[in-house]
Design a protein around this ligand. Structure first.
Ligand code: ADP
Ligand code: MG
Length: 207
């Protein structure tokens, strides 16, 4: 079967970063509902820096893109999410073998390493109403998906969105939303929303 992907992975990462920047107000509203309202600003700043790091990068090695982007995000975005997403991308980049266009299975393995680094750092687990609840099913879908990268990323994005939707029914047990307890019910987790929008934009640009 001919590959369906229409753009390089680096171009996909750039589009995904820009999509999160563009979603700043939506993410702000999501965090105002169950947190302190800074998520949109922090993620817009972080993913702006991610995109700028990609623009400065020579060549298109995917592992280098994820590491440079993750480092820039981590340094520029405050809040829990800056550390969480920065850790995710940096650890994923370190785990990914060199090459401009990753195989879906290798990318899934690298993202799984990134997610484990997030768990080690933040001590949250599935069901705690965090970005993990979108990332975990998304990465599982990528791992079990087709060999074609664009199609596999589309499946990943779909799984991220259903994971994010499921966070509406979860009570936050970590981060700022924990103080709300049952009142966090009905609202999606802001970090899960960021992860989902990122996946959807990556899949859309690549396919
Ligand atoms: P802060 O909580 O410092 O205000 P943000 O509002 O930028 O940070 O980000 C909140 C998001 O970060 C949450 O919606 C959640 O998805 C994610 N998050 C917070 N703590 C953790 C954690 N320990 N593990 C994974 N994700 C987390
Ligand atoms: Mg916040």
């Amino acid at each position: 079967m001919e590959a369906t992907q229409k753009a390089g992975f680096k171009a996909g990462l750039a589009a995904a970063a820009e999509a999160v920047v563009a979603a700043k107000d939506v993410l702000t509203k999501a965090d105002q509902a169950i947190g302190d309202g800074d998520h949109g600003l922090g993620m817009a700043r972080g993913f702006r820096a991610f995109a700028e790091a990609l623009a400065k990068q020579e060549g298109g090695d995917a592992a280098a893109s994820l590491q440079a982007g993750g480092r820039a995000l981590m340094m520029s975005s405050g809040g829990a999410s800056g550390a969480i997403f920065g850790t995710f991308f940096q650890a994923a980049g370190k785990a990914l073998p060199p090459g401009d266009l990753p195989e879906p299975a290798a990318l899934a393995a690298a993202f799984a390493t990134g997610l484990q680094a997030v768990r080690d750092r933040g001590k949250a687990k599935a069901g705690d109403k965090t970005m993990i609840d979108a990332a975990e099913p998304a990465i599982a879908a990528l791992a079990a998906g087709p060999q074609d990268l664009a199609l596999a990323l589309t499946g990943m994005a779909r799984a991220a969105r259903s994971g994010m939707d499921a966070t509406r029914d979860m009570v936050a047990t970590t981060g700022k939303a924990r103080a709300l307890g049952e009142r966090s019910l009905g609202h999606p987790d802001p970090g899960a929303m960021t992860f989902t929008l990122w996946c959807e934009a990556l899949a859309a640009r690549m396919g």
